[in-house]
Design a protein around this ligand. Structure first.
Ligand code: HAM
Length: 410
């Protein structure tokens, strides 16, 4: 037997319904915030992620599904959604229009990580990206949106926020941090030595306890913000407070991707073990320019759909649709044709085989159908059909000519 690859999972039946349910809530909410659908390819040039997510990140350094295609191009399966959307934004020249553009997306992302609960090699994200808006109100809006989605899904989380400053405050801060790291050069781990050279702020989320002990005394970005970044962070906190969103300030929240500035945030759940981040995001005002576009503002988030599914497990499904069947082989063509007609207006499962009434009823129940329509000899002879609402348990025999009227009443 050929199995799915390690860290890659099928979704069908209840899982697929749960996925649809989550995405539907996300889409409806994002649309209310003025976001529209964007779809970008799963396969991109490797350089796109090297330049955006950054070579110091584990995602690019260790986890990419990278290969050379038949045309000798260095390509990889997208490990995240932001870079592709930024590329599409630049490629369609929207960066030159000075407009504000808001997009949402959902789909597969690929990271060659060690699979465990809540961590897959192919996983799905729902994400949003807004371009062209410098105002911190948009940072607040995407957090409000995400909070609304999680509330609608009934998921309890803790919101952590931080500010990574703007380009000028980050440059001065990095100098201070590198000076501190130089003073502890013999004590920090090999990974942190590498991070120090590539992107020093990433040392702050090192998982090594002895490093963390040292970083207790490290200078923090949040104490080194310039006036503009500080004012934005204050405004963000004010908007969240005014909207009754509780949050914790985590000065060591630097995120695993290199492109952030100013706002950075994560929503954490304590219901899913060590892979506790259900969503994360922030502002990335330099990314469009890094990728060759006209300098432009950007802010967004992505939510891990499987992590949400771990918490929800399954949804209470409402009964839906019609199950139509016959008790005698003679009438299966008749109900097949009737079912096809009804499908123009309703969701209809047609049973091709004649069965005993109890068997049909249990099949309809397994399908979670709401209306049960059945034809036996008496019904056929009298131009009638047996009609049962499986939710209310009401049942009656009705005239075939009244079928639309009865269905519309339900
Ligand atoms: P990220 O934090 O790398 O951010 O991923 C966002 C979410 O995807 C995580 O919080 C987590 O729920 C989920 N996730 C990540 N890796 C895995 C995995 N291996 N298995 C299952 N779920 C996973 C980004 O990807 C950024 N592009 C977010 C963003 C959008 N920032 C600005 N705009």
């Amino acid at each position: 037997m050929i199995n799915a690859l390690r860290g890659m999972k099928d979704m069908m039946l209840k899982k697929a319904k749960l996925y649809e349910h989550i995405v539907k809530i996300c889409e409806q909410t994002a649309k209310n915030y003025g976001y529209t659908l964007v779809k970008t390819p799963h396969l991109e040039q490797t350089s796109l992620f090297k330049r955006s997510v950054g070579e110091s990140s584990d995602i690019v350094g260790k986890e990419m599904y990278q290969f050379t295609d038949k045309g000798d191009n260095d390509v990889c399966l997208r490990p995240e959604g932001t870079a592709g959307v930024v590329r599409a934004f630049i490629e369609s020249k929207q960066d030159k229009t000075n407009g504000v553009y808001r997009y949402f997306y959902h789909g597969s992302m690929f990271r060659y990580e060690r699979p465990q609960k809540g961590r897959l090699r192919e996983f799905h994200q729902f994400g949003v990206e807004c371009f062209g808006e410098a105002d911190v109100k948009e940072d607040a809006s995407v957090i409000l949106m995400l909070n609304e989605i999680l509330t609608k899904l009934n998921i309890k989380t803790t919101l952590k926020i931080n500010s990574l400053g703007d380009a000028s405050s980050m440059a001065t801060y990095k100098e201070k941090l590198v000076k501190f790291l130089d003073e502890h050069d013999n004590e920090i781990c090999a990974d942190c030595q590498r991070r120090k050279a590539l992107n020093p702020i990433r040392v702050l989320d090192c998982k090594n306890e002895s490093c963390q002990e040292i970083y207790k005394n490290a200078p923090l970005m949040i104490d080194n913000l310039n006036d503009e970044a500080k004012a934005d962070f204050e405004k963000l906190k004010e908007i969240l407070t005014n909207n009754q969103i509780s949050f914790e300030i985590d000065p060591k929240l630097v995120r695993g991707l290199d492109y952030y500035c100013k706002t950075a945030f994560e929503f954490i759940s304590n219901e899913i073990g060590s892979q506790s981040a259900v969503a994360g995001g922030g502002r990335y005002d330099r990314l469009v320019e890094y990728l060759g576009g006209k300098a432009n503002y950007g802010v967004g988030f992505a939510m891990g759909i499987e992590r949400i599914m771990e918490i929800l497990n399954e949804i209470d499904e409402k009964r839906d649709g019609i199950y139509i069947c016959a008790l005698d082989e003679k009438y299966t063509d008749y109900i097949f044709n009737l079912g096809i007609k009804l499908r123009k207006d309703f969701k209809v499962d047609i049973s091709y085989k004649a069965k005993k009434l109890q068997k049909h009823l249990s099949d309809a129940d397994n399908n979670n159908s709401k209306i049960f329509l059945c034809v036996g000899e008496n019904e056929k002879n009298n131009n009638e059909i047996w009609f049962k609402n499986l939710q209310t348990k009401n049942e009656k025999t009705i005239k075939i000519d009244d079928i639309y009227k009865e269905l519309e009443n339900e």
